[in-house]
Design a protein around this ligand. Sequence first.
Ligand code: BJW
Length: 243
Amino acid sequence: MMAPLARRLSSAERIVCFSGAGLSAESGIPTFRDGAGDGLWSRFDPMELASPGGFQKDPELVASWYQWRRRQLLQARPNPAHEALAGSRVCCVTQNVDNLLERAGVPQDRIIHLHGRIDHDRCNGRCGHHQPMDTGLLETDVALQSCPRCGDHLRPAVVWFGESLPEAALMEADRLCRETEVLIVVGTSGVVWPAAGFIELASGSGAHVININPEPGPMDEHCDVNLRGSAARLLPRLLADSG
Ligand code: BJW
């Protein structure tokens, strides 16, 4: 199975990887829909926390959830799947808000973050202030911060439900998925839109679509090949000879 796919990849000029939370699962970052296991946060609904309404209702609670996730990210290391992407010429369109692709060494101009980045903050008001997260605060109990420019709350620079995705990222992902010869889909449930639509877009534009996921999902029917297994095990093997 892998050899013909690897040959197809090595002859392709354009390859895009479209990833979701499963890419980082083996780095110890829980996937979005598997939740937070049986820990402190398991009784909260991530769909509620990752929403403007959730933040408006209880900004301290939402800020504390992100602080917990930021601490988790600081402890995490890129896994062999991130490293395989770093060692390849593949362009990465990711729904993930973590920075493990960057930390594995994928150049910034080959990464598109459709849902923003958890390691940055932005003003929840209208002043437009944006800053890298203050890692010093992760060692304290202070989770909720004020905007240094206008005094409103700061919030993570991620895309919550009901919010628009960044226009530039959407346009670039759209172009890449229309033009790519091969789309490698890694570790996404494919239930969140408009991001999930990029799989159909690439497929409809003639790309060969390879899906890596231990579980079946709604996007399987849009993929030419569904490889059942983990990202850290299968992606390095797939990309090994892709040039
Ligand atoms: C492994 C593995 C291993 C495990 N190896 N694999 C059209 C139809 C219906 C609804 C909508 C629609 N258009 C818009 C909507 C509304 C909404 C939406 O999609 N809702 C659905 C849930 C129904 N979309 C939005 O609101 C978006 N905004 C928008 O469209 O604005 C305009 C608009 C608004 C309202 C109406 C209409 C238009 C914004 C979406 C923002 C998503 N944000 C989040 C949170 C980011 C911040 C944070 O992290 O806190 O992004 S939600 C969450 O889901 C996160 C993820 O990026 C995203 C995708 O999840 P992902 O990555 O697929 O993770 P999981 O957990 O779902 O799946 C993990 C997978 O990995 C599984 O398949 C496992 O099997 C697999 N796996 N281990 C490989 N080792």
